[in-house]
Design a binder for this molecule. Structure first.
Ligand code: IPE
Ligand code: IPE
Ligand code: MG
Length: 252
């Protein structure tokens, strides 16, 4: 991989180290039940807890969840404000528990758009848990993939680098602290990236399911993992299985 900083080819990767999830379908879940959309978001929080638990039990060290995109401000004001209070409430109520469970909490995205109390909560949650060695749980909020790349470029320029290389930009990307995602899951049936981690996903295995986020449980998570494990990751080469073993016979 001399010409690219794209993640080193894993020697052995039967299970993913980093799973990223686009948690979609809350609104439709609620609509199917004749409930207001926001009830879907409330129910979606339960799936967040289940996913954290799943990663804990299955030794997956990095979980990154797309909670609010830079485009989600376009939603009706009452839905946006419900989501802001849900973030507030969830952080206040859950972070102590995460800390007890040795989880390191991270937030990626442009946090300057949030209210000062919410920014403070993000900062304090990160500070409280920064020394933890268990699961790294990253919440992407007011996050956009294009913003991330531009932000990294601006930081590189501010740093005074002569040449903006892939290595320099990687250092300034929001997920610089994590390996690149091995597996991206999108629930809710849409087959698109919606401005999520466009820099980081170049060689990520993609898994799309029609299951709506509030219905996504450990069984559904396991289906995604099983799909991942059966794939052959090639990183541009001729042949390599997901467990790292080559499918190409020597000399062929
Ligand atoms: C995803 O569910 C949650 C957020 C974007 C905050 P949606 O609210 O997009 O649900 P659908 O896609 O309308 O069903
Ligand atoms: C993507 O879902 C963003 C999150 C899950 C936070 P959206 O529901 O906003 O995506 P689009 O608008 O259908 O592409
Ligand atoms: Mg949606």
């Amino acid at each position: 991989m001399k010409n690219s900083t794209t993640q080193k080819i894993p020697d052995s990767a039967p299970a993913p180290s980093h799973v990223a999830i686009i948690m979609d379908g809350n609104g439709r879940w609620a609509k199917n039940r004749f409930l207001p959309r926001v009830m879907g978001h409330r129910s979606g929080l339960k799936s967040v807890r289940k996913s954290v638990e799943f990663c804990h039990q299955n030794n997956i060290p990095f979980l990154t969840l797309f909670a609010f995109s830079s485009e989600n401000w376009r939603r009706p004001a009452d839905e946006v404000s419900f989501l802001m209070s849900l973030f507030n409430k969830a952080l206040k109520e859950e972070v102590a528990k995460l800390h007890e469970n040795n989880v390191r909490f991270k937030m990626i995205g442009d946090r300057t758009k949030f209210s000062l109390p919410l920014q403070d909560l993000f900062d304090k949650s990160e500070q409280l848990t920064e020394g933890n060695s268990g699961l790294t749980l990253t919440i992407a909020a007011n996050y956009g993939g294009r913003w991330d790349i531009l932000n990294a470029m601006r930081k590189a320029i501010d740093e005074g680098v002569d040449i903006v290389s892939e290595e320099v930009l990687s250092r300034h990307m929001q997920l610089a602290f994590a390996p690149e995602p091995d597996l991206l899951i999108r629930t809710g049936g849409e087959v698109r990236i919606s401005n999520f981690l466009i820099w980081d996903l170049v060689y990520t295995e993609l898994y799309f399911t029609d299951v709506l986020w509030p219905d996504f449980d450990s069984g559904e998570f396991m289906k995604a993992i099983n799909s991942y494990s059966g794939r052959e990751r090639r990183f541009g080469m001729a042949g390599l299985r997901a467990d790292g073993s080559s499918i190409i016979k020597e000399g062929s």
